[in-house]
Design a protein around this ligand. Structure first.
Ligand SMILES: C[S@@+](CC[C@H](N)C(=O)[O-])C[C@H]1O[C@@H](n2cnc3c(N)ncnc32)[C@H](O)[C@@H]1O
Length: 313
């Protein structure tokens, strides 16, 4: 059973837009917003200065996660700072309560998993509901990671080297527009956004590519350690949990690629004591009546609903 907790309205903000000299002013604004949040279970992010956590990685040595070269050295065994076979955040069974409602009711669901590493979700999901799925494709930017994966992965799941920011297009080689029902990401957005220089643009590019690949009624699912629910707590988010830069970049990419779609956004809180959160962006193409110009969606039009989930194990 889902429980609605609140709503976040995310506006695009970038780390470079943040003015630290406004800190004093900002903390007063944050207090006010947090008061409103606890009173109304509602958070409005409509002021750049509120977003003081945008410089979220200062002081943390994480930018290497954004680099394809870093992952290539991890998966080829040259860098042992990260276990190449670790499964990040949640497994297929833990994620299934969030995904089953997104499966197509009338035909097998085609799923693309981006940045899959060596432990993709797809084999586990297929094992749980074999008949529910059609094409299953797991991709990663690292050739060494995909080589490692292809040695063990079952034949019903394809795997390929591909950069999630721009999958190859074109007959025979590429992924056609509107060819998937679900695009899954676990930890790749978190890796990309570690780059202070390119993080926002790279996450927006991932979202834009997902928006291109998704059919109407399809969804982009992002599993992340950022915690949108932190905005509802009295203290607000700390630097490492502020989800707003991530959500803003995702909405920017989705709306830029498919502004004619309605984007339904949800942030699920599987377990308040454990950090992974599940962000779901549903694409619904609107019907356009003849002679009328289509409605266009901008990031600021998208409301992100915050939900708890009692089914999480
Ligand atoms: C934190 S790991 C997550 C791996 C896997 N999804 C999991 O949950 O176990 C991030 C993954 O993103 C991949 N990655 C990083 N940049 C990428 C890009 N531009 N395109 C595709 N994959 C990328 C890395 O190679 C790495 O496998």
């Amino acid at each position: 059973m889902n429980k609605r907790l609140g709503t976040i309205l995310a506006y695009p903000t970038r780390p470079k837009d943040i003015h630290l000299e406004n800190l004093e002013n900002t903390s007063r604004k944050r207090e006010k917003v947090c008061e409103q949040a606890s009173a109304k279970r509602y958070f409005l992010l409509n002021n750049k200065a509120v977003n003081i956590c945008g410089g979220r990685f200062r002081g943390f040595a994480m930018p290497r996660y954004a680099s394809p070269a870093y992952w290539e050295s991890v998966y080829s065994g040259l860098d042992n700072s990260t276990n190449p076979d670790v499964e990040w955040y949640l497994n297929a069974e833990q994620l299934s309560p969030f995904l089953w409602p997104l499966l197509s009711p009338s035909r097998p669901t085609d799923v693309l998993e981006v940045g899959c590493g060596t432990q993709p979700l797809l084999p586990g999901l297929r094992a749980l509901r074999p008949a529910a799925f059609g094409r299953l494709l797991a991709t990663d930017v690292s050739p060494a990671g995909i080589a490692r994966l292809s040695a063990t992965i079952e034949t019903q799941v394809e795997c390929a080297v591909s950069d999630c920011r721009a999958a190859p297009q074109g007959a025979g080689t590429g992924l056609a527009s509107q060819s998937f029902d679900l695009v899954l990401d676990k930890g790749t957005c978190d890796a990309l956004i570690c780059s202070e220089e390119n993080g926002h643009a790279d996450v927006a590019a991932l979202a834009s590519e997902a928006a291109r690949l998704l059919r109407s009624q399809g969804a982009l699912v992002v599993i992340t350690h950022y915690q949108p629910d932190q905005h509802l707590s009295g203290e607000g988010p700390d630097q490492t949990s502020d989800a707003r830069p991530l959500i803003s970049a995702l909405l920017e990419g989705l709306c830029a690629q498919a502004p004619e779609a309605h984007w339904g956004a949800e942030a699920h809180v599987p377990d308040p004591d454990d950090c992974p959160r599940v962000l779901i962006f549903k694409k619904v193409l609107r019907r356009v009546s003849r002679g009328r110009s289509p409605l266009m969606t901008a990031p600021r039009d998208v409301r992100c609903r915050l939900l708890g989930n009692a089914e999480y194990k």
